[in-house]
Design a protein around this ligand. Structure first.
Ligand code: FE2
Ligand code: FE2
Length: 166
């Protein structure tokens, strides 16, 4: 992406990633080398890059917001006290949706559906919009990447966002 596109992306995510409660996701490890915060931004970034590259007809704000909020849960799922394993995998889209609706009551139907259905095919019902399918796909790409640390060095993460990487 160009510097200008990165700046536009940052403008679109700023509101959410500067929210105090959302920032708490930096405290929770998600995949091997990422917090839930980093992972969510990565999914938003990959979706936005795809949107720019392929000129898909969709609302980019909707796409980015749903991507940022798709894993909006505030606990460490590795901690045995919490919802771990399969229970977490199946339940967390609903928890993320509840948190997202509480924080952003104006979420659209597409955004809600994309958050709720992002774990397809593990959760059986697929998303119903392009936005939902993109998030569903890039969530898997980001999860694999999280385990390889590949995109950690991408300049958007280096220059624009101050991560607390443990
Ligand atoms: Fe998820
Ligand atoms: Fe995710």
């Amino acid at each position: 992406m160009t510097e200008e596109q990165i700046n536009t992306f940052y403008e679109l995510i700023k509101d959410i990633i500067e929210n105090e409660e959302y920032c708490r996701m930096q405290e929770y490890r998600h995949h091997l080398h990422s917090s839930t915060f980093e992972h969510s931004i990565k999914v938003a970034y990959l979706c936005y890059r795809h949107y720019l590259k392929h000129g898909i007809r969709m609302n980019p704000k909707e796409l980015i917001r749903a991507a940022l909020l798709h894993d909006y849960f505030l606990y460490d799922h590795h901690d045995k006290k919490n919802k771990t394993g399969m229970i977490h995998l199946i339940k967390h889209p609903k928890i993320a949706l509840e948190n997202a609706v509480r924080a952003y009551p104006d979420l659209s139907r597409n955004e809600k559906n994309a958050i709720k259905r992002h774990m397809f095919p593990l959760t059986v019902i697929p998303p119903t919009s392009r936005c939902g399918w993109l998030i569903c796909f890039y969530d898997k790409v980001a999860a694999i990447d999280d385990c390889c640390m590949h995109m950690k060095k991408n300049k958007i993460f280096k220059n624009k966002i101050n991560f607390n990487i443990s």
